[in-house]
Every structure is written in C-alpha cells, then in structure tokens.
Design a protein around this ligand. Structure first.
Ligand code: BEZ
Ligand code: FE
Length: 285
C-alpha cells in the first residue's frame, strides 16, 4: 500500500480522475485540483481555516435563493466574474463586456425611442443616447437595447418594494440609423449587499462595498453576438475602486451638464440636466 504524503497526494487525486471521459471537464478539474492543492500547501492551511472556508460556503448556500445569489456575488467581489468576461469578450474587438449583476429581469417593457423613464423617481434628469453598430461601423436597425439601473436610493426596483414594477428599466428597438434614446435619472453609486458572507469577507479584507454609478445594458441583434455590459460615469468617486471590478476604461464616459432650458424642453424636462452618449459595437456571428 502506498503511503500518502504532502508530496504525492496531488498526483494520487489526479490519477483518481484519470477516467474522466469529457476531455474539457478533465482539463478543468485537473487544473483546479493542482491549483487548490498548491494553494493549500502554499499557505499551509490550518484545520480552523479549512472549517472557516466550509462555513463560508455553507452560509453562502443558505442565503442564496431565486432572488439572491451569494455565490455569484463572491465571484464578483473576488474579480472572477470580470476575469471570465475579459477572457471571453472581444476576440475581434467591439464593445467590452461587463458583469450582468444579480438584478437583471427578463421581460422588461418595450418602449418607444425617446421614452421618459423617470415617472415619480427622484434624481437628476439625464438623456441617454447612442448608436448600435457593426464592427465595420454600419448602423444596426432593430437591435434590442435592454437597460436597467437603480433609483436614487441605490436600490433596483426588484430590491425595493416601494418602487413600481419595471421602474427605471426598459427595452427599446433601434431605428434605421441604429439610434436609441431615453430619458432617465442620473445613476448613483451604491453598495452591493453586505448582510451575508460577502459582507464578512469584505470587512475581513478592509474593503468597501461601493460600485461606481452605472447603467446596465444587454444589447442584442439578429446575427450578432449578445453583449452584456455597463456604462459608467467617469467622474464617479468610486470609478477606480469598483467592489466587483466591472469598470473598463472604454466603458467610462462623461455626463455632460446642460443648463439650457430650451434644450431641456425638447425632452420634456427642466434644466439643468445631463447628457450621456454611448455607442455599442456588436460582433457579427
Ligand atoms: C450590479 O451592478 O447590479 C451588481 C453587480 C455585481 C454584484 C452586485 C451588483
Ligand atoms: Fe448595478
């Protein structure tokens, strides 16, 4: 009988999974085992620390449900979700992807170009517009822009029973020029949920939970790769220290303050208001 030691246990586990039929599964699991074993050896993990890790996973499972996924939030706050986005986005260029986040809802209402989403929401009026194009620069007609954001209190409609259904979220089709436009409130920076294991982890690491203000987008068009991304306000105080590492330089844009009452009237709002323009480039499939 072979004696298992710190020096040979990794090979023993790798040998045990040698029969894995799916080649990709074997590659991924072998690498995971090698890296986890190397990590445990590197830090010489103690029994208490191992128990702490198991407790973290247990608590993460307990708090996770249909409307909250603490596993994803763990991945987000450790930069794993963004690393996967970076590895898998842009083989041929195009707008960079960013995290979906847990607050997306399918089936938002479809509205006309130019719709005002503000309703009873408090906040600074903002006109958002842009063009959806191919990588070659041709406008895409009929692309679906699906957008969602928080209210001024930093909560998404589906986190906050006080907000009406569908508040500050919509879908819209681009016109023949690839153009989209809507009026909303200026997004605010907000904290990711800290009342679960992720909050404990952030505390332990001496980190804050803030995300810089952003609009979430899902952009899709026939024959093109779906894009999930975010557009950030470049002047936001947290732009360099997003708790979930979603910011990319190309996704951070200025919010231009406009004081003209005449301009504001065109959008049925009052001045001052903000204008933000962002064009999307979709890869062809
Ligand atoms: C969000 O932007 O909605 C979000 C992203 C990752 C974790 C939590 C929230
Ligand atoms: Fe968000």
């Amino acid at each position: 009988m072979k004696n298992l030691t710190e020096g040979n246990i990794t090979d023993a586990v790798l040998k045990a999974i040698d029969g894995t039929k799916d080649a990709r599964a074997k590659e991924v699991m072998s690498s995971l085992i090698r890296h986890l074993h190397a990590f445990v050896k590197d830090v010489q993990l103690t029994q208490d620390e191992w128990e702490g890790a198991i407790e973290y996973l247990y608590d993460t499972g307990q708090i996770t449900g249909p409307t909250r996924n603490e596993f994803i939030l763990t991945s987000d706050t450790l930069g794993i979700s963004s690393l996967v986005d970076i590895i898998n986005s842009n083989p041929d260029g195009g707008t960079e992807a960013s995290v979906l986040g847990p607050f997306y809802i399918e089936g938002s209402k479809m509205v006309e170009i130019g719709t005002n989403l503000i309703g009873d929401s408090e906040g600074e009026p903002t006109v958002v517009s842009g063009i959806v194009r191919t990588l070659g620069g041709d406008p895409i007609e009929g692309a679906i822009i699906d957008v969602w954001q928080t209210a001024a209190n930093g909560l998404y409609e589906n986190q906050d029973p006080e907000q009406p259904e569908n508040n500050l979220r919509c879908k819209m089709l681009t016109n023949k020029d690839g153009y989209y436009e809507f009026t909303t409130i200026k997004p605010v920076s907000y904290k990711v949920p800290t009342d679960g294991p992720v909050g404990r982890m952030l505390d332990l690491q001496g980190r804050h939970a803030w995300r810089p203000s952003h609009l979430h987008y899902k952009v899709s068009a026939d024959g093109h790769r779906n894009l999930i991304t975010e557009v950030f306000c470049e002047e936001d105080e947290y732009i360099e220290e997003d708790a979930v590492f979603g910011v990319r330089k190309s996704l951070a844009v200025p919010y231009k303050k406009i004081s003209s009452e005449e301009e504001a009237k065109k959008y049925g709002i009052s001045s001052p208001f903000y204008r933000v323009e962002f064009d999307f480039e979709l890869e062809t499939l």
